[in-house]
Ligand binder design. Sequence first.
Ligand code: CA
Length: 235
Amino acid sequence: MSQKLLVVEDEISISTLLQFNLEQAGFQVITAMDGKNGLEKAEREIPDLIILDLMLPEMDGLEVCKELHSKKLNIPILMLTAKDDEFDKVLGLELGADDYMTKPFRPREVVARVKAILRRTGATDTEKNKKEKVEHLQIGEVDIYPENYEAYFKGEALELTPKEFELLVYLTRNKGRVLSREQLLSAVWNYDFVGDTRIVDVHISHLRDKIEMNTRKPTYIKTIRGLGYKLEEPQ
Ligand code: CA
């Protein structure tokens, strides 16, 4: 089966030129004329690669990159930039672009570059993307995948007990809200009666050991005196 490419480009002449040449090279090509539509098509179609113009209406190329990245759609991206675009290459590459090309370019060059990226990245990422999307919660530098029972702090796997994990998930789903010890006890430990709320404090303290730089001055899990706890985006 031929590989599917998504071309996100608002200049119709360039889009048509790319589509023609890529189809000639044996690719299946879908197109989008603005960033928002490009993102929607990327999510729906999961192409093998995206050719993404930087300057786009609705949502620019960098934003599209960022969104794809935050949705864990690891689709290879070839970024197109105009010569005088203020394009921060480092930022672009950090946000998930695999390569970039400056306009004007020869279509043949683009085809060659696309093939090179696809060879380099392989089909594995696309296969991964086709599996069901996994729920991803994020707060500050903590990433949580509830279904997989995985959590990361600054990209490093966190070693959490099942209850610590559930507590972290519950706090994250309710971030910004003050939660009483009783609420946490009932949500995480399923205690419908008034249990010993110290168990909550102990688990909070273990969580803090794992995600706070300074447990005396927590930036994530705040103690709200007399009420309970609140998870916040660290400042
Ligand atoms: Ca453009």
